[in-house]
Design a protein around this ligand. Structure first.
Ligand code: BYC
Ligand code: FE
Ligand code: FE
Length: 474
């Protein structure tokens, strides 16, 4: 069924007047937030070729058209119910999934939903200046597509808060619009969402690595015993695939162009790429290292009682829980390497307390596969350079490796040595200044691309690459 209501939905909003009123009360505040904190400079006079979610039918879930962003129809969609769905893990394994929030798990469930919801508007805030430095209309449209869908993901969480958490939930929904990325007093809740996204390389790396944390967290929430949370996150994953595509292909196209420049006559050394207006591989690697490590942090501590309780109570499972044999995970252990007074020791952690690490393993595997695909581009171009996946210990701020001076290969250095070599591994002020100099002039001509990035292989929704993806009103 396709929804034509003011708030498009498949949750039968029109028959729940109380909820409808609550959401219609929140909506103007959201629009105000979007105006103030959403994409700067493209709100009033620009129409963007965007997809809008209109149903949950696999072959017709979205609709493409030009829209002014503040008029985007943010909707509420749950993936179709699974008949007789049972809880898939933890102490309540095999019992019927919950259609309502059990009183005893109200607070932890609210906390998970708020943490998830908080990241969505945060990312829009982080990306709000990028329209002024875009490399093409195609990329500009992809940025805005990601932004409006992150806005919808906030709606998805606010729907749960309004529906299942009463007064408290409504308060939390308000606060979601009050915190803001990087703010001194009211920052966003998780670290990576307070980091600036200054340039398009940051954006593509963020969409590759941080949106991929979105994927792993959504996959684990999709296992939740709370059925509406499971169904909401399953539908969000449909949209997430495009965000990851934007990140992966964005960097792939930069690599493609860098490889061309490295092989162009007169440029034997990779240092010459900058002189030709391209982005050199060491700088790309430093940005990869930064966003990878920040997103590895987003999986929480290696040893976590929070994670154990979430799992025990059926609130948050593992990605692809059905692929594991033992869904109670009561008797297994997980081995974590830790430093104890300067000595490496192997800690045997009860499996439930290691669930963050289990999810991080899945995440890192998914990242590795993506980096292997990037390296194929360098290989096909006949270059011997390769990007690497940094060690999970590198540059951590959360967990047992936090604050320790590991190099990207996981070797512990003396703090002075780490500081001396930091510029080799993490973005420098000079890198930021260089990227800024590359993108002073945005490219707003249909079919044109900045010199530092290759055009995509094809356009969006079978439109040509030179389609006018963003147009200014006459
Ligand atoms: N930054 O046992 P611990 C997305 C806190 S991205 C700051 O280590 P736990 C998206 C933690 O909250 C997906 N604080 O970890 C992507 C706890 O605080 P309290 C977002 C952190 O709780 C791109 C304390 O440290 N979704 O969708 O097991 C664009 C000790 O906790 C951090 C979710 O995150 C950090 N990095 O796990 C748009 C899912 N890490 O409770 C969107 C919901 C930990 O002691 N969240 N802390 O005050 C969770 O499942 C868990 O909260 C976490 C942390 C996995 C994040
Ligand atoms: Fe999201
Ligand atoms: Fe996303």
């Amino acid at each position: 069924m396709i929804s034509h209501e003011r708030i498009p939905n498949n949750v039968d909003l029109s028959s729940n007047k109380r909820l409808q009123r609550a959401l219609e009360h929140w909506q103007p505040r959201y629009i105000e937030w979007w105006h103030d904190m959403g994409p700067q400079g493209f709100q009033h006079y620009h129409q963007v070729y965007l997809r809008t979610a209109v149903s949950v039918e696999p072959d017709g879930w979205c609709h493409y058209d030009y829209v002014r962003m503040p008029e985007y129809r943010w909707g509420i969609f749950l993936a179709p119910p699974v008949r007789d769905r049972k809880i898939g893990f933890g102490d309540f394994f095999g019992e019927p999934a919950w259609q309502e929030v059990p009183g005893e798990f109200r607070n932890p469930l609210k906390r998970l939903i708020v943490l998830q919801g908080d990241t969505e508007p945060a990312s829009v805030e982080q990306q709000r200046q990028l329209g002024h430095s875009c490399p093409s209309l195609y990329d500009l449209r992809n940025l805005f597509q990601v932004n409006v869908e992150e806005g919808r993901h906030l709606w998805a969480m606010v729907y749960l808060l309004h529906t299942y958490f009463g007064r408290d939930g409504r308060d939390e929904a308000e606060e979601m619009l009050e915190r803001s990325s990087g703010h001194d007093d009211k920052p966003r809740m998780l670290e990576a969402f307070n980091e600036p996204i200054d340039n398009w390389l940051d954006f593509f790396m963020f969409a590759m690595f941080t949106d991929r944390d979105g994927k792993s967290q959504l996959m684990s929430l999709a296992e939740s015993a709370l059925d509406p949370l499971s169904r909401t996150t399953r539908f969000m994953l449909t949209e997430e695939a495009h965000h990851l595509f934007v990140g992966e292909t964005g960097v792939a196209r930069i690599l493609q162009r860098t490889a061309e420049l490295m092989k162009s006559p007169g440029s034997g050394l990779s240092g010459d790429v900058r002189r030709l207006g391209g982005i050199d591989l060491p700088l790309i690697q430093r940005h990869l290292n930064f966003w990878f490590s920040a997103s590895v942090d987003l999986h929480g501590s290696e040893i976590s009682t929070n994670a154990a309780t979430y799992f025990a109570n059926g609130l948050k499972g593992r990605a692809r829980e059905d692929t594991f044999e033992d869904h109670r995970a009561l008797h297994q252990t997980y081995e974590v390497s830790a430093l104890d007074d300067g000595e490496w020791v192997t800690r045997k952690v009860p499996m439930r307390n290691a669930m963050n690490e289990v999810l991080r393993d899945w995440y890192i595997g998914d990242c590795e596969a993506g980096i292997t695909r990037w390296n194929k581009i360098l290989e096909r171009a006949g270059l011997s350079d390769r990007l690497y996946v940094p060690s999970r210990r590198f540059n951590r701020k959360i967990g047992i490796y936090a604050g320790l001076p590991f190099d990207p290969w996981g070797q512990l250095l003396r703090p002075e040595e780490f500081e001396r070599r930091r510029h080799e591994w993490l973005p420098t002020d000079a890198d930021k200044a260089f990227l800024k100099s590359l993108t002073v002039t945005p490219v707003y001509e249909a079919g044109q691309f900045a010199n530092w990035i290759a055009p995509p292989q094809r356009g969006i929704n079978r439109q040509p690459v030179d389609f006018e993806y963003v147009r200014r009103d006459e």
